[in-house]
Design a binder for this molecule. Structure first.
Ligand SMILES: NC(=O)c1ccc[n+]([C@@H]2O[C@H](COP(=O)([O-])OP(=O)(O)OC[C@H]3O[C@@H](n4cnc5c(N)ncnc54)[C@H](O)[C@@H]3O)[C@@H](O)[C@H]2O)c1
Length: 276
């Protein structure tokens, strides 16, 4: 009998942006299947909060925490060497860190999230975290996997990797057109770029046993205004947003041998939003 294909005992996963809303859920999903998880984030406070939540459910043994800025090659290489020095071989990498700039309340005169006003500095920051970060982490950890028997990379994209943001969702009553907030252009560019990176690396490392897939979640309930939820859920065939734990089974599937014949794909889980 083959072992349970979802079993992750003996495998170690590194998750970027693990202190955020979904990172901790990805970690919990892998812990449920017996993996060792290395939680990383630039924000130490949220990282410690995430660890405390997970330790409460799963105990200390399989959970490590490391500060990591995904924009900095040195920071990633240092962590890679430190882990390997401890005998920790990363076989699963989840590129999850991103800046999802919350659409602002509208600044007087100029709304900086609008395309016309979007600054090159903000563009650079969001691309650095979302795309450069995934590139660098994949280069450091994925290259090692490719040379050492394989592994899995999971890029966390978004339903906005396959559809454009519907800017009507973000409108605020009473504001002039040029002051209406917008979902920033960077979000679409980063998420579509991650799908491109996914396909590129999947083909590049297929023969070395490194599988690379993307997961594209739809919006998760997180204390948004009732008005926003109503507008968004009207665009979703299933009529609701996701709860934070609804991607866990997909993460388990994509990070384990259960998806052993799948690479280069973008799994879209969005309540059907992108089929309309
Ligand atoms: N929450 C949603 O509804 C939703 C929907 C679709 C896709 N996603 C995607 O899922 C992923 C996680 O989303 P989330 O809602 O948990 O976001 P979040 O903002 O709660 O978490 C993101 C984490 O990334 C960290 N981070 C920022 N810059 C970093 C850097 N330079 N280095 C390392 N870490 C850094 C932040 O500190 C934060 O903890 C993101 O890629 C997001 O785009 C989220």
């Amino acid at each position: 009998m083959k072992r349970d294909s979802f079993d992750l005992k003996g495998r170690t996963a590194l998750i970027t942006g693990a202190g955020g809303l979904l990172g901790v859920q990805h970690a919990g999903a892998l812990l449920q299947r017996g993996a060792h998880v290395v939680l990383t984030d630039i924000n130490l406070e949220s990282l410690e909060r995430a660890r405390d939540v997970l330790v409460g459910d799963f105990g200390h043994e399989l959970i490590s925490v490391e500060h990591l800025d995904v924009r900095a090659l040195q920071s990633i290489s240092d962590l890679f060497r430190k882990l390997l020095g401890n005998g920790t071989e990363i076989r699963i990498l989840i590129n999850n860190a991103a800046i999802d700039a919350k659409v602002s309340a509208g600044t007087v005169g100029r709304e900086m999230t609008r395309f016309e006003n979007f600054t090159i500095d903000q563009w650079q920051l969001e691309l650095d975290v979302g795309l450069r970060g995934a590139f660098l982490c994949s280069q450091v950890f994925g290259s090692w996997m490719a040379e050492n028997g394989g592994g899995v990379i999971l890029n966390i994209a978004s339903d906005l990797s396959v559809i454009a943001p519907d800017q009507r969702l973000y409108r605020r009553p009473g504001l002039a057109e040029n002051q209406q907030p917008a979902k920033p252009v960077t979000y679409s560019v980063v998420k579509a770029g991650l799908v491109g990176l996914t396909r590129y690396l999947a083909a590049y490392w297929a023969a070395q046993g490194v599988r690379v897939n993307a997961l594209s979640p739809g919006g998760v309930y997180n204390q948004q205004s009732e008005d926003f939820i109503l507008r968004l859920t009207n665009l979703i065939p299933m009529g609701r947003m996701a709860s934070a734990d609804e991607y866990a089974s997909a993460v388990q599937f994509l990070c384990s041998d259960a998806s052993s014949y799948m690479t280069g794909q973008n799994l879209v889980m969005d309540g059907g939003r992108s089929i309309l």
